[in-house]
Design a protein around this ligand. Sequence first.
Ligand code: SIN
Ligand code: FE2
Length: 214
Amino acid sequence: MMQPDMFACARSEVGLGPGAVLLGGFALDEAEALLAEIAPLAAISPFRHMTTRSGGRLAVAMFNCGETGWISDGRGYRYQSTDPQTGDRWPALPPRFLDLAARAAAAARYPGFVPDACLVNRYDAQTRLSLHQDMDERDHDAPIVSVSLGLSAAFLWGGLTRSDRPRRHPVHHGDVVVWGGPSRMIFHGVDSVEKGTHPATGPWRYNLTFRKAR
Ligand code: SIN
Ligand code: FE2
């Protein structure tokens, strides 16, 4: 029998650049189910504010699920298979996460995407994420799949150098951005999370970033 999930599709598609697309509403029908996965995962690996090499504190609260996870600490940025806070492996990627990531990637013309890492980010209305490239992954052939849940935000989409002035694209509950190929190393970030409360998440914006890191 066909799964209802098979019919998920983008309600709007905005091309951000070569190999990069914002799939508006792609995950809207399953957004509540995706959110329901977060609390049990966070019971294993809690949200935390990681530190930076220079001793700062990341404004975005995060944890990982998957075979490996992105971390930042006094030694810098890297991936590792265990959660430094618990000493245990990160919780496994829920099948629902894997399935969505693969379907979104395929819709953006990256068939066969099998992520091994999912960074779960949590923002409040004061939180920003400055322009950066996702460059700690070993595999730069695979795309990045980024799912927005809860409060809306402005997604910053820049160029291949930090000085390229970014465009602002609103991202809402259920939107998915996929970038790869010639856009894989584009500078991106998050600005101005909407103030207020979202029916599904209250005061938070969540983002699931799927990557093939190893
Ligand atoms: C990220 O670039 O790691 C997160 C992007 C987002 O929250 O939309
Ligand atoms: Fe990123």
